[in-house]
Design a protein around this ligand. Structure first.
Ligand SMILES: [Fe+2]
Length: 205
């Protein structure tokens, strides 16, 4: 019998074929943008993600920054119009860093390159800094605020998250100076209590 494994370690046996068993995808593989400003987008993603091209020519770029052969790709599409605001679609794509210091060091590095965030939000389960790429696609750079998925799940079920599932805005420079002054990451990741909050005060492009 053939046995293969997906990334979650679940064995998929060939004799399951035809059984009707439901198999979710093993992982999210990559994101592809079609862009009317190809060169600018490729340069931006290389800089921001510390990415290297797995393949690149004048109309395609496959970029890699981790164990995937390409995580982000850009298609040169000078004929397409910019996406207008107020239409349905993807709101943002989120990427996780390993620590608050990694996240804030990235914030600082991008700031020196003139790349500034849209907003910093402590959602509760995550501390997140949002950016927009040259086409206006929104990206979230986040860290997990809790050490285990069980703690995160408990926070999602808490009264605090129930009245404010959006989060609490923060100034990354303030967080960075407090981290440099010696405050612990654990304390800096705690979400303050600001009472109820709805999407009305949240940037939804
Ligand atoms: Fe998110």
């Amino acid at each position: 019998m053939d046995v293969s494994h997906n990334d979650a370690g679940a064995a998929v046996r060939s004799d399951d074929l035809g059984s009707g068993i439901a198999i979710p995808p093993a992982k999210l593989a990559h994101i592809v943008f079609r862009s009317p400003r190809f060169a600018e987008m490729v340069d931006w993603y290389k800089l921001v993600f510390c990415a290297e091209p797995a393949f690149e020519n004048e109309f395609l770029a496959f970029l890699s920054y981790d164990d995937e052969h390409h995580r982000i790709a850009v298609v040169n599409a000078p004929m397409v119009a910019d996406a207008p605001e107020g239409v349905s679609g993807v709101h943002h794509i989120a990427f996780t860093y390993n620590s608050l210091s990694d996240l804030l060091q990235t914030y600082q590095r991008l700031k020196t390159q003139g790349i500034m965030p849209i907003v910093g939000v402590n959602h509760g389960p995550t501390t997140s800094i949002f950016y927009a790429d040259p086409d206006g696609n929104q990206l979230e750079f986040q860290i997990e605020n809790f050490d285990t998925v069980e703690e995160s799940a408990a926070y999602f079920s808490s009264p605090a998250f129930g009245i404010n599932p959006v989060g609490v805005d923060f100034d990354p420079d303030d967080l960075l100076s407090r981290l440099l002054a010696g405050e612990s990451e654990k304390v800096l990741k705690e979400r303050p209590d600001i009472g109820p909050r709805t999407l009305e005060s949240y940037p939804v492009r």
